[in-house]
Design a protein around this ligand. Structure first.
Ligand code: G6P
Length: 615
């Protein structure tokens, strides 16, 4: 939610900020704005409702000069998307400007007391309250700006990643964070970049510092970087080398990031397996499991916490852990778990799944479980993210940067990693026969090629999609491990095409959803060969009898359903436990094509954001 970017150095900062904002636009696209300090007396603030392109049209040829600046792309929380609510926000009559990602929870009481002291506000935002608070603290104490920032942040409840510039400090850029991500790029001598993630930084420098919670970084054009925490202790930063490649964050000839990411799946799944599986030795190696085997071995229960698509990956993992490792599993929405007074025991292993590693609810749920003594294991895609750092151990999914807001390759990477963990734990506990374990490893290794085969059917899937462009509702049905895939198929469709869609276990259809079926209703069945295939065929018959429009995902060679369904998509055969890695792919493509044909912005669907750093 919200992307922030900043620069201080010798270069013109406007192009750097705009390019950075384009890269961060996946985090929010309700408005965009920049503040550029001309180095003498004026901070030029330019901001506009809409996307970065709208901001550029508004700026036109009047590019603000300066080599210190900040930029913001917004996902609205306090106040609707508008020019006035767009960041940067200012205090001290425009001489202090700030951008912010997060939520200041006590902003109302802060605002009231600031108003009593004569501060006037023009926007509805919590951000404007915070910059006025910093101004107020500095006036009251005569402290330096960085000390005032530290003191003000102590009064704040909630989450923030901020960057600010001050017209009376021409050589300084300040940034701070708590529970919202912030990365500092270390460039040439005394040149610094600040951003919500590494994507705006990568083409300038490979050297980054991940700021920790409650740390304030002062970047000075002459004096360099000083980081202190809110207790005023100086922190020695650890500089990391970025491993990301620039090509990974560009579209590479695809019309949309989402399509590129769907097509990357043969590679991203392979990357999730790479270095972890040896088929010849019939082995899985995962250091995060091996190093804490005592915890896994003693686990009486696994609790999986996640949100959105990651929660669906967790649902699949439930089937796999129970089957392979015989450990009871609970899959929880992080947002419900954290407010439910849940029962957590020291012999629970809690797995947090998150693409971004920054989802606020998942992060809060982790802290709760950690406080109560559970072992925390993270499954994250973003290296160095908050969730990766807050957990006791974990496994990265290695899907590479995912830019499209609707998650695709991150999901299949999560399912791959969770499958590996379930297999490894099952084997180490002696519950999986060597034969079954080896067979599953061979099958898993073959998955990338099978995904490739599915992608080769794209043209036909697009043609099928064309028949459902005008649909207003859709039903997705599956059973077993394919039930969460049905949920994911429905989520993909509603996220990007705005068609109302629901996923159900197919046997539950008769307990309600069947009432919705008429000649208009598309019903997507996942009916690949498995233990419950015959039961699903009966459900398909029931839909057919009521005139529903049937699309069936079947195992290659299936003839039976060709007679029943309007459209059939053949999925390469695999072990039924691994089916989700294949069955989800045509559903991703169907949603993508339907959304494009409906003229929807698939990479930036309305109201959504990729990284949800608010509750
Ligand atoms: C948002 C995104 C989804 C994602 C969910 C959880 O809603 O739009 O694609 O699944 O957040 O995000 P996480 O980063 O924790 O996986």
């Amino acid at each position: 939610m919200c992307g922030i970017v900043g620069y201080i150095g010798e270069k013109d900062c406007f192009p750097i900020l705009i390019k950075g904002l384009r890269r961060l636009e996946y985090r929010g696209y309700d408005s965009a704005g920049v503040a550029v300090f001309d180095g003498e007396s004026t901070i030029n603030i330019l901001k506009k409702k809409g996307k970065v392109e709208d901001l550029l049209a508004f700026v036109g040829k009047d590019i603000p000069p300066g080599s210190t600046g900040i930029g913001h792309t917004r996902w609205a929380t306090h106040g609707p998307p508008s020019d006035v609510n767009a960041h940067p926000h200012t205090a001290r009559f425009g001489r202090l400007a700030m951008i912010h990602n997060g939520i200041i929870e006590n902003y109302e009481s802060l605002r009231t007391s600031l108003e009593t002291n004569g501060h006037a506000f023009v926007s509805d935002t919590d951000t404007e309250v915070l910059i006025h608070l910093i101004d107020e603290v500095q006036n009251r104490t005569n402290a330096s700006l960085s000390d005032a920032v530290q003191m003000a942040l102590k009064e704040v409840e909630g989450a923030y990643a901020i960057a600010l510039v001050d017209a009376s400090e021409p050589d300084m850029l300040i940034a701070a964070r708590k529970s919202s991500p912030l990365v500092i790029g270390v460039g040439e001598e005394n040149e610094f970049y600040v951003a919500s993630d590494a994507t705006p930084i990568i083409e300038h420098t490979q050297n980054v510092i991940y700021l920790d919670d409650e740390e304030v970084a002062v970047m000075h054009r002459k004096k360099g970087l000083i980081i202190k925490n809110l207790q005023n202790t100086v922190i020695t930063p650890e500089v990391h080398a970025l491993e990301m490649q620039i090509e990974a964050i560009e579209k590479g000839g695809f019309q949309h990031f989402m399509l590129k990411e769907i097509f990357e799946q043969p590679n991203s799944i392979l990357d999730s397996i790479r270095g972890r599986v040896s088929v010849s030795r019939s082995e899985i190696n995962m250091s995060g499991i091996d190093a804490h085997w005592d915890k896994w071995n003693a686990a009486q229960r696994i609790i999986i916490i996640a949100c959105g698509t990651s929660w669906h990956a967790g649902m699949i993992a439930e089937y796999l852990f129970e089957d392979f490792a015989r450990i009871p599993v609970e899959v929880e929405y992080a947002s419900e778990f954290r407010y439910r007074n849940p029962i957590i025991r020291s012999n629970d292993v809690v797995i947090a799944i998150s693409q971004s590693g920054e989802t606020a609810d998942t992060l809060a749920a982790i802290k709760l479980a950690k406080d109560q003594g559970a072992h925390l294991f993270g499954v994250c895609n973003v290296v160095g993210s908050s969730i990766a750092r807050e957990t006791d151990s974990g496994a990265y999914t290695h899907a590479g940067p995912e830019i499209g807001v609707a998650s695709t390759k991150a999901f299949t990477a999560q399912v791959t990693v969770l499958t590996l963990i379930a297999l490894l734990v099952g084997k180490k506990k002696g519950l999986l026969s060597t034969q079954r374990f080896s067979r599953l490893l061979v099958e898993l290794k073959a998955i990338p090629d099978k995904v490739q085969k599915l992608l080769e059917q794209d043209a036909r899937i697009k043609e099928i999609a064309g028949h459902f462009v005008k649909s207003e509702n859709a039903l997705y049905l599956g059973r077993g491990v394919n039930f969460p895939v049905a949920l994911e198929g429905a989520l993909k469709l509603k996220e990007i095409s705005y068609i109302h869609a629901e996923g159900y276990p197919s046997a539950e259809m008769k307990h309600g959803p069947i009432a919705l079926i008429d000649e208009e209703m598309p019903v997507f069945f996942i009916a690949t060969a498995d233990d419950v295939y015959e039961k699903i065929v009966s459900n398909i018959q029931e839909v057919k009898a009521r005139g529903g429009r049937l699309v069936a995902l079947v195992s290659a060679g299936n003839q039976e359903l060709k007679q029943l369904a309007e459209f059939v998509i053949e999925v390469p055969k695999t072990d039924q436990a691994l089916a989700p890695l294949l069955t989800v792919v045509p559903l991703q493509l169907l949603s993508y094509h339907i959304a494009v044909m409906r003229d929807c912005n698939v990479d930036q669907p309305r109201n959504l954001a990729k990284s949800v750093t608010v509750e």
